[in-house]
Unconditional design. Structure first.
Ligand code: LAN
Length: 718
């Protein structure tokens, strides 16, 4: 599948032939033939995401916050699709595409037309301007993980080793010590391609799946993302799945390292992790256990346990695939499951074909080329948040917006998950009946705050707008509430997908090196707030359903939020950057139980914290490095999205400093474009303390919301 080698003159595809389609909550890009493309003209949404010229009209200049919000929605409404959701890019992480490219190379699957050219284009554009390498994510410094894997991807896609982009990247890789210093996930992908020796990897024994569940370190207790990655990684590691060498992989063996491949002492590379990559170094306990596992593997190998262990791991691969319509929880295990299925069931199997068919859901075409999204989209999340902003601002009541709100409700109705996973108990899954997912119902994982944001949006649409009909029945609303109530943890807080299943010390055996806090679920102020508010909105409309439990749950969640506040008045955010984001959520929670600046020290301190970070231009700007280092770090530029979050918090808190709030609002308005939109600024999201991820719709959603909140609170005063 290498195709023609690509020399100095790589050219992207014809951008006017790309179309974004929606299909029951799926968002997929297609490269049409010239004739097809003539018959199906591009929409505004296609053009917007491809950075092509949009004919969005210039709007009358806003002089009040409400007018600015209205202009913002006038623009953003154009991007809503016929199914009612706002499709969007969700890139950022730089370790996803290589999984796809390696999997396709090993299995011999061909890329659809246009894909490989545009993936190359994306990787070219994302190479570090100075050193030519790639990092963990688009804003990070070059690492071995990013550089080795993306270098491999380019080579497998047909780019010559002496292409200037490759020459430069290889130079950086070698300066960093070569690919032997890769973190374990990189070691895994290279071994799966046959350019790294399995001996050089710490064991990932599938035998873990044969252990009794009662053990505190049983993998079913891990955070669902980590659990699923290690299920298929253990299967592939356990069978040392290695493809036959090709000319190209032989060359790669020579290009990736600073010494000849045959002279590398592989067993000494297991704990060789480049300093530039290391975020969470191995603990001594992990190193000790790994040494034990190397010995244990020899023993289990000799007693013939491996076959049973592989079977047990593969059964879990199947449960995950079947439970998610072959979409899987995320792009990492999606690729690993695709590869496992290839080895276990073969290339012609129905299961493998289903996997290949669905990979399209993770791919996102942009003006800068094709990337792989961090999930199969953020459809539900973006739509539920936006609707709440439009309703709070009062814009939803204006006739020109009725259609958009009706369509939004249709999507929320369709997107709710209406059954439990078919392999729930055996696959260690929680119930999903009544939940809302982050992306769409096909992927179908319950997320605590997505369920709550979905619930909030539906309650507002069905309860406050006279023109929408009831589409989500009382029964289904109750089911959503049942899900939320079932997710509270002992400390009162809510985690992301499931409640906490394992002990905190499992983090000591976190083997991934590049991420923090991934072994178990943790409780988060963001997720807890969404749940508090979801239950609160529900209780207003249905005061009798499970009332005592709802009251008690809210009360305990509020206690959690109060306890989680830091001495400086802020909250640490885990899912977007960072203190600004989480402090917004916490203030919303506290405000919902009547706590505000004037009657709560906690809220007053939160306002003090935020005000202390306001900049001379009236805005806020926080760097993703706050998430890494757990202290507030200024971004070099003021950010519209963070300014919106800070102001949302101050207004929820009823902060009396109207002047400060006004200055922030003016800053946001000053950056609005004549057609009502805002331009992309720095990356917004984060996960696992170290990896940033894009939420490009936030610049529309939170600006509209905060301008609307301002207008509601202070009217035209600017
Ligand atoms: C997400 C995206 C959404 C996010 C919120 C809903 C915003 C959050 O409040 C709860 C957690 C959740 C659902 C979340 C969890 C981790 C995800 C899925 C991601 C950050 C998107 C990508 C990330 C996933 C783990 C990336 C793949 C990488 C691995 C380490 C497996």
């Amino acid at each position: 599948m290498t195709g023609a080698a690509i020399n100095k003159t790589h050219s992207p595809t014809d951008r006017t032939r790309w179309r974004l389609r929606a299909d029951e909550g799926r968002q997929t890009w297609h490269y049409l033939t010239e004739e097809e493309s003539k018959a199906n003209p591009q929409t505004d949404t296609d053009k917007y995401w491809l950075d092509l010229k949009l004919d969005a009209p210039t709007l009358p200049k806003a002089t009040t916050a409400l007018e600015a919000a209205r202009n913002g929605f006038e623009f953003f409404k154009r991007l809503q699709n016929e199914e009612g959701f706002w499709p969007g890019e969700y890139g950022g992480p730089m370790f996803l595409l290589p999984g796809l490219v390696i999997t396709y190379y090993v299995t011999g699957v061909k890329f659809p037309e246009g894909w490989s050219q545009e993936i190359i284009q994306y990787l070219f554009n994302r190479a570090d301007k100075e050193d030519g390498g790639w990092g963990l994510h688009i804003e990070g410094h070059s690492t071995v993980f990013g550089t080795a894997l993306n270098y491999i991807a380019l080579r497998l896609l047909g780019v010559d080793a002496d292409h200037p982009v490759c020459v430069k990247a290889r130079g950086t890789l070698h300066k960093l010590g070569g690919a032997t210093g890769s973190p374990s996930w990189g070691k895994f992908w290279m071994a799966a391609l046959g350019v790294y020796d399995w001996e050089g990897m710490n064991p990932v024994p599938p035998e873990l799946w044969l252990l009794p569940h009662i053990l505190p370190f049983h993998p079913a207790r891990y955070w669902c993302h980590t659990r699923n990655v290690y299920i298929s990684m253990s299967y592939l590691y356990g069978r040392r799945a290695t493809p036959p060498l090709t000319d190209l992989t032989r060359q790669l063996r020579e290009e990736l390292y600073t010494q000849p491949y045959d002279t590398i002492a592989w067993h000494q590379q297991r704990n060789n992790i480049c300093k530039a990559d290391e975020y969470y170094p191995h603990t001594r306990l992990l190193n000790f256990l790994n040494r034990g596992l190397v010995l244990a593997e020899k023993v289990t190998g000799s007693v013939g346990l491996r076959a049973a262990a592989l079977k047990a791991a593969y059964v879990q691969v199947k449960y995950e695939d079947e439970n998610t319509h072959y979409l899987d929880i995320g792009p990492v295990n999606k690729m690993m499951n695709t590869l496992s299925t290839f080895y276990e069931e073969g290339k012609d199997s129905e299961a493998f074909q289903k996997h290949v068919k669905n990979n399209i859901d993770f791919m996102w075409m942009s003006g800068g080329g094709m990337m792989m999204n961090g999930t199969n989209g953020s459809q539900l999340w973006d739509t539920a948040l936006l609707i709440q902003g439009v309703i709070e601002s009062g814009l939803a009541k204006e006739p020109q917006n009725h259609e958009a709100m009706k369509k939004g409700l249709k999507f929320l109705d369709d997107c709710q998950i209406k059954k439990n996973p078919p392999f729930m108990k055996e696959g260690w899954r929680d119930p999903t009946l009544g939940a809302w997912p982050f992306s769409n119902k096909w992927q179908g994982y319950t997320v605590s705050d997505c369920t709550s944001e979905g619930l909030k949006a539906v309650l507002l649409l069905q309860g406050k707008l006279s023109y929408t009909e009831v589409r989500v029945s009382d029964k289904r609303l109750e089911q959503a509430v049942d899900i939320v109530l079932g997710l509270q943890n002992k400390n009162g807080g809510f985690a992301s997908y499931e409640s906490v299943r394992g002990p905190q010390w499992l983090e000591w055996i976190n083997p991934a090196e590049v991420f923090g806090n991934i072994m178990i679920e943790y409780t988060y102020p963001e997720c807890s707030t969404a749940c508090v508010l979801g239950l609160t909105y529900f209780r207003e409309q249905r005061p009798n359903y499970r009332r005592d439990e709802i009251d008690a749950t809210i009360e305990r969640a509020i206690q959690f939020i109060l306890k989680d506040q830091r001495a400086d008045g802020s909250w640490y955010g885990s899912w977007a950057i960072c203190f600004t984001y989480a402090t917004m959520f916490a203030c919303e929670s506290l405000s919902s139980v009547g706590l505000s600046y004037s009657n709560s020290e906690a809220v007053k301190n939160a306002c003090g914290f935020l005000l202390s970070k306001q900049r001379a231009d009236g805005g806020w700007g926080e760097s993703y490095k706050s998430c890494e280092q757990h202290r507030y770090i200024e971004h070099k530029d003021t950010q519209v999205v963070q300014t919106a979050w800070a102001l949302m918090a101050l207004m929820a808190a009823k902060c009396p400093d109207h002047e400060a709030i006004k200055r922030g609002i003016r800053m946001i308005m000053s950056r609005q474009q004549p057609d009502g939109q805002w331009k992309q600024e720095a990356i917004e999201g984060i996960f696992n303390h170290s990896c940033s991820i894009s939420y490009p719709n936030y610049k529309h959603i939170f600006t509209i919301w905060v301008l609307g909140r301002y207008a509601k609170t202070y009217g035209d005063d600017l």
